[in-house]
Design a protein around this ligand. Structure first.
Ligand SMILES: *Cc1c(COP(=O)(O)O)cnc(C)c1O
Length: 432
């Protein structure tokens, strides 16, 4: 396995730049999420440097659901990022991080009346997913005496090679309006009293390891942009969504770089907007590719059991990292305290949750595991902590943020009283 650039092994210990992960685990306990802000900045700059030479008017909207910690959002806000938000909570977090309302796109196929009212109140652009939603938003804007800027979410009907649970642009997906119905949708929006259709939006899926689907989606989008421009829509932006994958199997996977993405997509984009006679902003919405490799999950080996295989029982389960269980996904596992030793024992890395399926890694060679070892699961920055739960009444672990030679908590660990603090006794159970 090859380590990502910002990691190295020093005196047998896994390090993120100068930070020793074994020392960090000793100081803060395990399990522990550790995120490197410098890596997020680097990832963001890769996108900027790749896209801007082709088209300066490019905006990066971070997909907040990948990692919604306020410190992560703030780091990206400082770089000028906007955000793709998918709930009222994400909208509030993005604003609290200092992002401007007009750099946020409120997505989702099932928004509540409260969501729509909030978007109107804050002046956030809405990605509209149905005509029903369009008319509800028009009414909400009218009621508030405001106008609502929108994009329609296009379903480009593309079959994309990724896990079926994260392919979002299939003709049968729950997201978006079928591409052939889109001109009629804009026609309807032009007829609404309080709606300004200013953008067009798609997102074809996640963990996509080839750039070709993005180019195909872009082709569909610029073609529709031309059609709706002729109908009188004044497009201010075309949003191509996120979805670039990362190389979870190191070094076997090849994940396209932002440069490869730009080389494939930008010529299609430029040709399309030239043909349409427009010059809208280009928006993209990366989530995973900005944050996934910035973060590791440190976990301690509680016990080792030799059964039909060697079970390495750790203190983090799918309560803290659900991806292996939900998406059959792969995360590299290293023994952080003996990172210079070769794996010799074939292991199953199992969590502490009361479910047979609570396996975070199968069939991995680790250096002869013993209780007390600190394992590091790599590439946990996207859809890691963000999807955590308190299942089995396990308080969530802390999150540490690194920057330069500094390290600080960006979320404290939950306690047992955090588990009970929202619970209430029904009156018939009141005790004195
Ligand atoms: C999840 C999501 C993204 C980000 O996807 P990644 O694969 O993490 O880059 C972008 N846009 C929308 C609408 C999404 O739902």
């Amino acid at each position: 396995m090859t380590l990502p650039d910002h990691m190295e092994v020093r005196k047998g210990h896994l390090c993120i730049r100068e930070h020793d992960m074994v020392a960090l685990a000793a100081r803060h306990g395990t399990p522990l999420y550790v995120t490197d802000e410098d890596r997020i900045v680097w990832n963001y700059r890769q996108y900027e440097q790749a896209l801007r030479p082709y088209y300066p008017d490019t905006r990066i909207l971070y997909a907040a659901k990948a990692n919604g910690n306020l410190a992560v959002l703030r780091a990206l806000a400082c770089l000028g990022a906007g955000a793709d938000v998918f709930s009222a909570g994400e909208l509030h977090l993005a604003l609290a991080a200092g992002m401007k309302p007009d750099s946020l796109l409120f997505n989702g196929s099932s928004k509540s009346p409260g969501d729509l009212a909030l978007a109107v109140e804050k002046g956030v652009i809405v990605s509209v997913d149905s005509l029903d939603e369009l008319h509800q938003l028009d009414a909400a804007a009218g009621q508030a005496g405001k106008r609502a800027a929108i994009a329609f979410r296009v379903n480009p009907a593309l079959d994309v090679p990724t896990h079926p649970k994260i392919a979002t642009g299939l003709a049968t997906s729950k997201f978006g309006i079928a591409h052939e119905m889109i001109p009629a949708a804009y026609d309807e929006a032009l007829g609404c009293e309080y709606i300004d259709p200013i953008g067009i939006h798609c997102h074809i899926g996640s963990q996509i390891l080839s750039v070709e689907p993005f180019a195909r989606a872009c082709e569909v989008m610029v073609r529709i942009a031309g059609v709706i421009t002729d109908m009188g829509v004044r497009l201010k932006f075309i949003d191509l969504g996120g979805g670039l994958g990362i190389p979870y199997h190191r070094p076997d996977d090849h994940a396209p770089t932002p440069t490869e993405y730009a080389e494939a997509v930008m010529p299609v984009f430029r040709k399309g907007i030239t043909a349409a006679g427009i010059s809208p902003s280009l928006w993209i919405e990366p989530g995973r590719s900005l944050v996934a490799d910035s973060t590791i999950l440190l976990t301690r080996v509680n016990s080792v059991k030799t059964a039909h295989r060697t079970f390495v029982n750790i203190d983090a389960g799918f309560n803290l990292l659900v991806r292996p269980v939900m998406y059959d996904s792969y995360h590299e596992v290293l023994t952080a305290n003996r990172a210079d030793q070769r794996g010799t024992t074939l292991c199953t890395v199992a969590g502490p949750i009361c479910e047979t399926g609570d396996i975070l890694a199968s069939d991995r060679f680790l250096p002869d595991p013993v209780a007390g070892d600190i394992l590091a699961l790599l590439d946990c920055g996207a859809y890691g902590f963000a999807m955590s739960s308190q299942y089995n009444s396990r308080p969530r672990c802390p999150e540490i943020l690194l920057k330069g030679n500094m390290a600080a908590l960006m979320r404290r660990g939950e306690t047992i009283s955090d588990l009970t603090c929202t619970m209430q006794s029904p009156p018939w159970q009141k005790q004195d």
